[in-house]
Design a protein around this ligand. Sequence first.
Ligand SMILES: NC(=O)c1ccc[n+]([C@@H]2O[C@H](COP(=O)([O-])OP(=O)(O)OC[C@H]3O[C@@H](n4cnc5c(N)ncnc54)[C@H](OP(=O)(O)O)[C@@H]3O)[C@@H](O)[C@H]2O)c1
Length: 341
Amino acid sequence: MSAPQQNRRIVLASRPVGEPTAENFRLETVPVPSPAEGQVLLQALYLSLDPYMRGRMSDAKSYAAPVELNAVMVGATVCRVVESRHADYAEGELVLAYTGWQDYALADERGMRKLGQLAHPSAALGVLGMPGLTGYMGLLDIGEPKAGETVVVAAASGAVGSVVGQVAKIKGCRVVGIAGGPEKCRYVVEELGFDACIDHRAPDLAEQLAAACPNGIDVYFENVGGAVFDAVLPLLNTKARVPLCGLISQYNATGLPVGEDRMPHLMVQLLKRRIRMQGFIVFDDYGHRYGEFFDTMNAWLAEGKIKFREDIVEGLENAPQAFIGLLKGKNFGKLVIQLNK
Ligand SMILES: NC(=O)c1ccc[n+]([C@@H]2O[C@H](COP(=O)([O-])OP(=O)(O)OC[C@H]3O[C@@H](n4cnc5c(N)ncnc54)[C@H](OP(=O)(O)O)[C@@H]3O)[C@@H](O)[C@H]2O)c1
């Protein structure tokens, strides 16, 4: 294989205040690095875009370090080994790596995992990867769903939510999704097999959700926060479980919401109904269970018990707009950038 000359990459040009804009990113072209002994040169085929990246653009204290200004935006990738100076990695092999928003990068064995003969390699970024693990472990380990219970999940058509709802169906639950718009809701019910799906933009969201959950809610998988949680809280049953996975409606917020302090009301409800709400960070809490998840999910996919949808956008240069859209619900399915073929 002839060595590539130029690497295109997107760096963090400035930190967003509120919604990210195109000016927060900069596309650069730099020389492709050469691998040292024990390293490989990777060419990225697919880049995963995920909501957590909004947090990395900020320098506010969080569970992970921020991306430095002028550094390459972080992200998981499916890559091909194009040059190898590592005995265990052959040219042409596919690996899962964390090379970020760029075409080429160096890696050693600590920074990549072999993908073998995966039928659909980009699935390693979604249903078989970090978002799938998140939905699977958050639901089963924290949500503890039992057959016959009612499970509600927000961002239901997305990478995490679609897994949560389908796994809950496999476990025998009644599953109600919440998603943005009729097309996503139709997909969630007709393709993914949820029992119902409510459009969170509907003015009577609370009434529709109550009608779809006549026995209340036993597990609410939280991806969104804000107005959706307001509609869910009155319906939570005694001993309900709330895996607190994400709060995407608040990621672009520049401060606390204005208005009355609703914390005392929330605390009273948690106490009186003995609701268990637990946050988790997927790789910190469940990285060690990836193998168990992968085997189960891979089998369910092969049996047709789990379906997935990808929203594939072509070209590194389109990653910033696609990411900005993700934070507004413009994606429909797992958002992936196709960088190379
Ligand atoms: N704790 C962890 O370790 C962990 C790991 C992975 C993901 N997460 C979290 O899981 C959640 C889902 O992530 P994902 O990767 O599966 O993304 P996704 O659902 O594929 O895409 C994000 C979706 O969020 C919804 N959304 C965006 N803004 C919203 C708003 N203001 N109000 C209501 N919904 C809004 C949109 O769907 P609609 O059009 O349907 O509204 C959008 O399509 C995120 O909160 C993410 O941060 C957490």
